[in-house]
Design a protein around this ligand. Structure first.
Ligand SMILES: Cc1cc2nc3c(=O)[nH]c(=O)nc-3n(C[C@H](O)[C@H](O)[C@H](O)COP(=O)(O)OP(=O)(O)OC[C@H]3O[C@@H](n4cnc5c(N)ncnc54)[C@H](O)[C@@H]3O)c2cc1C
Length: 382
């Protein structure tokens, strides 16, 4: 086995790194303060035009066809600079992958190019409801057949990018009498559809630049052509596509962790106490060694999951391992970084407490750490 990246993967990673430093990093702190939405949207559109919103979509619909390894490398670089922009891109890529996996050629032609050229700043992935989080099969949002249309009623919560997404992929119950998970279908709902409204923006611990809202469907009528894939087959699609998204969240976690530890390792070489740099103290060196090992292990798990996906092999187990390990490693790394900075780490000016807050959600969304363990155990015991 060899671990070398292809020339194309290196080029994509380096482009992402350059764009992250030039365009994302300068706005990350303002976004964290809840300012600079216009810069976020500008950057999302520019990143889309450079292929980063539809990395795995086919070229005939404007996609980059770059593969999962390139996706992981890119999200890591964006996460290093700005977690809020990175998660938005990760979700938009996931939306594009769902569409690419199950939509008809007409549905793909109507949507993917608009994600690919930045006409739409983002796509929204609408699965979670107040009573259906870790267990999305218990969702209630209803899609009733009415003549040639479907009418959607219900509410999704915690939807990333809902405020500025152009397209919503929405899971809804089409057969309430079917066994668990067997009566759910998947719909494509444009943002301007009558009956779709965006609820209030949630106030959060971190990732303040990325919008999180409820999405309310009230007598929201969509044509039969909005159904993606086969009726009542949507839950299987959700489960499959979440695995791909987990590679993105793992890469985002690694980016956040690396940003925090880079700042901390520079700081310990400069900060002096007891007449010498605090990097001389072995107690701190061991903390740095443990975190460096964590980050390396996270990177290998992410690349293994992404390369397995690129080979077309089953990768759900590796994706869950990567997400579980990288998000927990990011928690350890960002907490260690704050500790290495001492009091300054707790103060916003040093720029590390933001990473600690931004990292926390990676252990929760797209399946909590506990749910990742369920997936890993199920696949291991199979
Ligand atoms: C900022 C943010 C952005 C989000 N973006 C999106 C989005 O774009 N689209 C979307 O659809 N959703 C999104 N979500 C929702 C997110 O995926 C869910 O919050 C997450 O899956 C957990 O569901 P829950 O909040 O209902 O927690 P619950 O399912 O209520 O879990 C509560 C606790 O119970 C544990 N638990 C539950 N079941 C089990 C079990 N069987 N075994 C062991 N432990 C268990 C969980 O691990 C957790 O610790 C977002 C959430 C947030 C906070």
């Amino acid at each position: 086995m060899h671990f070398a990246l292809s020339e194309e993967e290196i080029l994509i990673r380096d482009t992402a790194r350059r764009m992250a430093a030039d365009r994302l990093a300068p706005h990350a702190e303002a976004l964290d303060r809840g300012e600079g939405r216009a810069h976020l949207l500008d950057n999302l559109r520019e990143l889309a035009r450079n292929g980063f919103a539809t990395l795995n979509a086919p070229a005939e619909f404007g996609g980059a066809e770059a593969g999962a390894v390139s996706f992981a490398l890119s999200i890591e670089e964006f996460g290093y600079a700005c977690a809020s922009t990175a998660v938005t891109l990760s979700v938009t890529n996931m939306v594009a992958e769902v569409i690419n996996a199950v939509a008809s050629p007409e549905q793909k032609a109507a949507t993917l190019p608009k994600l690919a050229d930045g006409t739409w700043a983002a796509g929204a992935f609408c699965l979670t409801e107040s009573g259906a989080g870790s267990d999305p099969s218990s969702m209630r949002l209803r899609a009733r057949k009415d003549g040639a249309d479907y009418v959607l009623d219900g509410e999704k919560i915690y939807i990333t990018s809902a405020e500025y997404a152009g397209i919503f992929v929405v899971w809804a119950v089409t057969d309430p009498d079917a066994p668990r998970g067997k009566g759910i279908s998947l719909f494509l709902v444009p943002a301007d559809t009558k009956g779709l409204t965006i609820g209030k923006a949630e106030r959060k611990l971190g990732q303040h630049g990325s919008a999180t809202n409820s999405v309310i469907f009230e007598a929201c009528r969509v044509p039969a052509s909005a159904l993606m894939g086969r009726e009542n087959d949507g839950f299987r699609v959700a489960v499959g596509e979440l695995a791909g998204g987990r590679i993105g969240i793992a890469a985002l976690s690694l980016g956040i962790a690396r940003a925090a530890m880079d700042k901390a390792t520079s700081y310990v070489k400069e900060r002096r106490q007891f007449g010498r740099p605090i990097a001389d103290f072995q107690g701190l060196q061991w903390m740095i060694a443990d975190r460096a090992t964590d980050l390396e292990a996270a990177r290998l798990l992410i690349l293994s999951a992404a390369a397995t996906k690129d080979r077309g092999e089953p990768y759900a187990r590796q994706a869950s391992m990567a997400k579980l390990f990288a998000s927990e490693a990011a928690h350890r790394a960002t907490d260690t970084a704050v500790q290495l900075f001492g009091g300054a780490g707790y103060i916003a000016d040093a720029g590390v407490e933001r990473h600690l807050r931004d990292a926390r959600i990676t252990r929760i969304y797209e399946g909590t750490s506990e749910i990742q363990r369920l997936v890993i155990a199920r696949e291991t015991l199979r």
